[in-house]
Write a protein that binds this ligand. Structure first.
Ligand code: SAH
Length: 345
């Protein structure tokens, strides 16, 4: 698919089919404005026929707007697979949370994305397509980028789709393209240690976020199966190496689950785990998923947890929950749509 290609790769593609280079520029601009093939007005019909099989056909299937302004989109790809992305408006601009896989195979107990396992990886161009479609939805185009920040925090485990995710980072941060600064890109992982090292070797300027959610390996194993493969210590050591290589502060996501990971001992252990690391903890009240029986810690207790962490010299903030009324947490909306579809059949 052509959105998998960089500008120069598109030039090579048009050269191969015997076209002049300005056609490559036109095709590239159309892709980055998220135009459908039919909407492109400056390409002859015969040429559109030649590129039809390669031109992206992804589209926005559904859009939901939350009371707090957060927007959730379902994007559908050529093979009818769907993923969700979430658009959040902040003072400095729009942040888009994109999915990297259809489903997920990590099996975290609190997460809706993984309920039906992994369907397939998204290609780089499909991850990019989410940004392009929503940029257009906001009124932007290839010359007018309205999304300023990207978080790879939607459905899927980005480091389990390593090559495509790296290609996406290359595409989205390329001068020729949306040119989003790598400093404004954040990748969230459940902690695939070997891939964290591989990512460090890429010399990107992106932020790394670790979904930690527990302070003891035994407890982490209960909610995150990946903990059977890598210990918390191994993950944090990899973070130290990432920091040494990139100088980028490391973020930790810590979803408070009632009675599981929200005790005073957890505060103490967390501060020990992060000692000496330039880290920040994002405390997230659990977004309860119907299919799971885990309960969230109250907001008030979450603030207490934050205060206790700060007292233990750990930088931390309770995140605002956004989009709760629109099935905001990973994978919730997609599951709902799949359920409704199968009911209709
Ligand atoms: N696989 C990656 C990225 C996708 S999940 C990762 O594990 O980081 C994005 C974040 O949402 C993770 O921190 C994940 O643990 C969290 N999350 C998933 N379901 C949630 C829920 N129901 N409530 C709160 N956070 C959730």
């Amino acid at each position: 698919m052509l959105s998998d290609y960089s500008f120069s790769e598109i030039q090579t593609y048009v050269k191969k089919i015997g076209l002049p280079l300005f056609r490559g520029e036109q095709i590239f601009n159309a892709i980055y404005s998220a135009k459908t093939l039919e909407e492109i007005s400056n390409l002859p019909k015969a040429l559109k026929e030649i590129i039809a099989d390669d031109y992206p056909t992804y589209k926005i299937m559904t859009k939901l707007v939350s009371r707090d302004g957060t927007q959730k989109f379902i994007v559908e790809f050529a093979d009818k697979n769907i993923v969700e992305c979430v658009l959040m408006k902040y003072k400095y601009g729009y942040t888009l949370c994109v999915s990297t896989q259809v489903g997920c195979r990590m099996g975290c107990k609190f997460c809706a994305s993984t309920l039906n396992g992994l369907a397939r990886n998204l290609t780089a161009g499909e991850i990019l397509g989410q940004v392009l479609l929503i940029n257009r939805e906001l009124g932007g185009s290839e010359k007018n980028r309205l999304i300023t920040n990207i978080v790879l925090m939607g459905s899927g485990e980005p480091l389990d789709n390593f090559d495509n995710v790296c290609k996406f980072i290359d595409l989205i941060s390329a001068n020729k393209g949306l040119n989003i600064s790598q400093r404004n890109i954040s990748l969230s992982t459940c902690g695939l240690v070997d891939k964290i090292d591989l990512l460090a070797s890429k010399n990107y300027n992106i932020s790394l976020t670790i979904s930690l959610h527990a302070t003891l390996d035994e407890k982490r194993k209960k909610v995150m199966p990946i903990a059977n493969r890598y210990s918390i210590k191994e993950i944090v050591d990899a973070c130290r190496r990432y920091y040494d290589k990139t100088g980028r502060r490391i973020y930790f996501e810590y979803t408070l689950i009632k009675g599981v990971n929200d005790s005073k001992e957890d505060v103490k252990r967390l501060s020990n785990i992060l000692k000496g690391l330039n880290a920040h903890v994002n405390i997230i009240p659990l977004n309860e998923v119907k299919e799971r029986d885990l309960k969230g810690t109250s907001r008030l207790e979450a603030y207490k947890f934050e205060d206790d962490l700060k007292e233990a010299k750990v930088s931390a903030t309770v995140r605002r929950t956004m989009g709760e009324d629109i099935e905001g947490a990973c994978g919730q909306l997609r599951n709902k749509i799949i359920r409704e579809k199968s009911r209709k059949q």
